[in-house]
Design a protein around this ligand. Structure first.
Ligand code: ZN
Ligand code: ZN
Length: 272
């Protein structure tokens, strides 16, 4: 019986990198911090970067690709991205050897070693952005951040995952009142192809927990327009109003921006 491991190394508007392992396969989703910081974060959970099998890239925004070129070249790691993402990120990450340049497509599932990878399109203002559901045996883990809204389509792609990392980006009132953000930037974040608010995240969790997910992580928090406490409170209160108690009915935690998260271990349920 195999176990699936998942660890949010970094999650937030200042950089994203998520680790997943099943069987002998180890991969990252995004590499949005400097290479050195990703190496240190991996080291802190006992993973040598040279043992990775590849990096899945969600989209070309710098908080997702900052260190991608560096670690790909240094450790000969293949990068997996959609053709639109490749076109948009190629000039930003530096030269990648052809054999490390892997093109993927939303809706076309594939195996990366022992892990089944199912990329799905997400509503976000990037060239061709995707979220990922990762399968290991009967287990699955989904990550969906950088979502302007939580659509029925995204629900269908990730419903039933054992663990879901979902965006809880901002508090709309804090965002609107933020004097450092231009009106344009606020409109972008609040828009249908921007980022998911705490409230929208909480509503989405309600349906995902009802569909069987037992562990949820709130991720991609804004540094200025949110706090971990606020994100947690908004979700916890909405769930409790609906009779779902965190800690009893569901495990809920917040993936932090600059601290390596817990290593979650998922185990397949035995047949009998
Ligand atoms: Zn992002
Ligand atoms: Zn983005």
């Amino acid at each position: 019986m195999s176990e699936m491991y998942f660890c949010p190394l970094f999650s937030g508007s200042s950089g994203n990198a998520l680790f997943c392992q099943y069987g002998d396969t180890r991969l990252l989703i995004d590499a949005g911090k400097p290479g050195r910081q990703i190496e240190e974060a991996l080291g802190s959970i006992g993973v040598a970067p040279e043992t990775l099998d590849g990096v899945l890239i969600t989209h070309e925004h710098s908080d997702h690709i900052h260190g991608a070129g560096v670690i790909s070249r240094k450790y000969k790691l293949p990068l997996y991205a959609t053709s639109g993402t490749w076109a948009a990120m190629e000039s930003k990450i530096g030269k990648i050897a052809p054999e490390l340049r892997q093109e993927i497509q939303a809706g076309r599932d594939f195996y990366l070693g022992d892990i089944g990878v199912a990329p799905f399109p997400i509503p976000h203002d990037a060239a061709d952005p995707v979220g990922f559901r990762l399968y290991g045996g009967s287990l699955s883990v989904s990550t969906a951040t950088d979502l302007g809204h939580f659509s029925r389509f995204v629900f269908d792609r990730i419903a039933g995952s054992d663990l879901i990392l979902l965006e809880s980006n901002h508090d709309p009132d804090l965002l609107r009142a933020n004097p450092h953000y231009s009106a344009q930037l606020k409109a972008r974040i609040l828009g249908d192809h921007g980022h998911l608010s705490n409230q929208s995240c909480a509503e989405a969790l309600l349906s995902l927990i009802a569909a069987g997910t037992g562990t949820v992580l709130l991720g991609h928090l804004s540094g200025e327009n949110n706090t971990p406490e606020l994100a947690r409170t908004v979700s916890t209160e909405l769930l409790e109003r609906e009779g779902i108690r965190t800690g009893r009915d569901v495990n809920l935690s917040v993936a932090l921006r600059d601290r390596v998260g817990e290593v979650y271990i998922l185990r397949e349920k035995s047949e009998n």
